[in-house]
Design a protein around this ligand. Structure first.
Ligand code: GDP
Ligand code: IMO
Ligand code: MG
Length: 431
């Protein structure tokens, strides 16, 4: 009864939603374990396109129980809006479970997110403005509000008072904003309690029992390895653990129960928001990737920064996540290039780095060392087996596999559910 973790191997938007959807009819639970509505996952089923933010992509698969686990930060307004929108399109959302231990994003978190970014000026992170960082900061500061608190008005009021005490000083005295009223926040949160109540559960217990009963569980990561607060390009990261370890702390399922870890990676690289990005392109090739790949953010609509595949990052992701499988997406976007450069190492002020530098300044100075691979011209979107790919596309995939040090188990050749080349079974027991 495999427990499978699926994470982004770059800076997000690798196609995790599509990969999760692909496994949807073979798993019983899909668990979101980190992040919140900063995520934007696209799933294309036939002619229907869905954009998921707070809900796990597995909610679109009829047999799946979707779970929002304790590691997630939940904006309850957004949760209800997303559920209503899916219900209106005929998706059954009745099985959703929300952890009583998940933290809540309140209006003041969104306010603090926006004012902090403004005050950071040049040093801003380029956050999604959804209140993610401030909600996690409160969690770590031990002044967060959890889902269970909504069902005990007395405790809720005390906790909101505690959370607003310092924050109001900051908002009024430093940021020149009006103070947030305790009553307003308490009333708003209590107003959500009745609708939320039937979804709330001890999801850690439920998931362990599901594994005991032989069910398949898929843990779907939001964001990605290079945005992980510990292992990413700090401080230009999100505020949660988007790497595989986050699936454990963020769900209450122990590490010994995890069978495999899938990394999703684009055949090139994109990034949204600020921060270093060695293979970023500022020329016609970058423009080509942006346009051909449709690289616009699902959450904020921002154009994504585009660049070539970075094998140093792929290797790093394989290492920090302990990847067992890679799913390479968007190979079709590279069709029609004479040569496809791949970054194999960095030059940092004259010194060659084959591995990710462990200090921020070195990574900021990293210049990519490229190897050029021959391109292909044939339309590959109809290919459904590895052998059908043109020889140069096969060689490209094999080269990525060798450089990343992790086997490639599937290759995406288009956004639709069926536009995928399976190579190895993605659901397997521990080797
Ligand atoms: P996520 O956040 O990792 O779930 O990824 P996003 O949904 O933000 O961005 C991935 C985009 O690539 C979406 O528009 C997908 O529909 C699209 N996509 C996924 N796989 C492929 C693929 O193999 N080829 C192409 N052309 N598009 C893909
Ligand atoms: P998915 O799950 C790409 C980026 C933001 C910003 C940084 C911090 O769709 O891959 P935050 O609002 O989280 O505090 O912003 O992280 N970011 C993402 N970039 N894909 C995402 O999610 C992202 N979620 C956050 O652009 O640079
Ligand atoms: Mg996305």
């Amino acid at each position: 009864m495999p427990a499978v973790v699926l994470v982004g191997a770059q800076w997000g938007d690798e196609g995790k939603g599509k990969a999760t959807d692909l496994l949807g009819d073979r798993v019983d639970y899909v668990v979101k374990f980190n992040g919140g509505n900063n995520a934007g996952h696209t799933v294309v089923i036939g002619d229907e396109k869905y954009a998921l933010h707070l809900l796990p992509s597995g909610i679109l698969s009829p047999g799946v129980t979707p779970v929002i686990a304790n590691g997630v930060v939940v904006d309850i307004d957004v949760l209800f809006e997303e559920l209503d929108a899916l219900e209106a399109r005929g998706v059954d959302t009745s099985k959703l479970m929300v952890s009583s231990g998940a933290h809540v994003i309140a209006s003041y978190h969104r306010t603090v997110d926006k004012v902090t970014e403004r005050f950071l000026g040049k040093r801003r992170i380029g956050t999604t403005g959804r209140g993610i960082g401030p909600a996690y900061a409160d969690k770590i500061n031990r002044v967060g509000i959890r889902v269970a608190d909504l069902f005990d008005p007395k405790i809720l009021r005390e906790k909101v008072e505690g959370a607003l005490d310092q924050k109001n000083h900051l908002l009024v005295k430093v940021y020149n904003r009006r103070a947030v009223e305790v009553d307003e926040v308490v009333d708003e949160l209590l107003g959500h309690a009745e609708r939320l109540k039937p979804m709330v559960a001890d999801t850690g217990l439920a998931l362990n029992q599901a594994l005991d009963a032989g069910h398949n569980v898929l843990f779907e990561g939001g964001q990605a390895t290079m945005l992980d607060v510990d292992h990413g390009t700090y401080p230009f990261v999100t505020s949660s653990n988007a790497t595989a370890g986050g699936a454990v702390t963020g769900s209450g399922v122990g590490p010994t129960r995890i069978d495999s870890i899938i990394g999703v990676i684009k055949a090139y690289t994109t990034r949204v928001g600020e921060g270093p990005f060695p293979t970023e392109l500022f020329d016609a090739d970058g423009e080509y990737l942006l346009k051909t790949g449709g690289e616009y953010g699902v959450t904020t609509g921002r154009a994504r920064r585009c660049g070539w595949y970075d094998a140093v990052i792929a290797r790093y992701s394989a290492r920090v996540n302990g990847l067992t499988d890679l799913v390479v997406t968007k190979l079709d976007v590279l069709t029609g290039m004479e040569k496809v450069p791949v970054c194999v190492a960095y030059d940092v002020d004259g010194v060659r780095y084959d591995e990710m530098p462990d200090d921020q300044s070195a990574f900021h100075h990293a210049k990519p060392i490229y190897e050029e691979l021959p391109g292909w011209w044939e339309d590959i979107s109809q290919c459904r087996s590895f052998d059908e790919l043109p020889a140069n596309a096969q060689a490209y995939v094999r080269a990525l596999e060798e450089m990343s040090g992790c086997r490639i188990s599937a290759v995406g050749v288009g956004p639709r559910r069926d536009e995928i080349i399976p190579i190895h079974d993605l659901i397997h027991a521990r080797a």
